[in-house]
Design a binder for this molecule. Sequence first.
Ligand SMILES: [Zn+2]
Length: 341
Amino acid sequence: MFKKLREIPIKILILEALLRRLSFTHPKRNLLQEELSKGYAGYRGEQSMDYFLAQLPQDNLLIFQDLRLPLAGNTYFQIDILLITPSFFIIYEGKNILGHLYFDFNQLIRTLDDQEEMFLDPIVQVQNQQYHFENLIKKYFNKQLPNTSFVVVTNSSSKIEINPDYRLAFEKVIRTPAILQKTLHYSRKNNKEIFDKKDMQKLSRILLKLHTPAFPNVLEQFQITDDEILSGIYCESCQSLTIVKSYRKWLCTNCGQENNTAFIHALIDFYLLKGKTITNQQCKDFLQLSSSSISSKLLRTLNLSFIGTYRNRAYNLSLSDLQRKLVSNNKDGQVTKCPRK
Ligand SMILES: [Zn+2]
């Protein structure tokens, strides 16, 4: 049973928001586009494992995708795929790296277009995850579940080569279709039930509670400053920031397209690029609204929770809430009652 599904990585959403809101001549656009392509390739690589996960016998099996769990202090460890049964757990770490891959002790060397690039050894990486997850189980249950881990090369056109002395790598590095057989094989060897039904439910609750999605600072990574981010409401049809409020409608002044949910998208961009709370003034400026009262009514119609008194009120933006509103408003074909001009 899939207990937690993978979501589109927040970094992809941030990069897309940035590309909507940087000028067409911005010097970093190509770099951002490249990073976005890499992000999508990794995401699709992880998705390619799902087909084989779905073929596993689902009785007593819990599947968690893309978990990020706390270690001490402000550090976390991340797991691509975690399988848990009452008898064991398995971690699969997906690697979508194109080219000739040479697995050596402590490093992975990728050769592509005659260029060599070094990566950290993903086997060590996945064994660390195994170790941390074992500790988590010990901490909450004082029990030990047998466990193993694998590195999955998700790019089927990559060539795999392993240092002949690195015997562990022959066991640990697999291609995507092997997920099914590796899991079945391990489950036949480890069938003593250590967790009961209650333990399984408790573990599932704990993991969903501990999961903390990453929020990478992409602006800092690419050294883009706040004042380079353009304001306005984005029109998907003509890809410009030219949607304005016109009476009860939201219309693009460039192509004439009506889009009554584009302002929610703009608030999502604000969340991704500017901050998790928004004041009335910030909303007016970012959406380029003509008055504070329109901005204030708009924020109120979205039923956002807020902090502070009237004048210094800051509304809490929640990505999942805004995304839900976007979907439900699109379905209804209308907005949650637009404030009148
Ligand atoms: Zn337009």
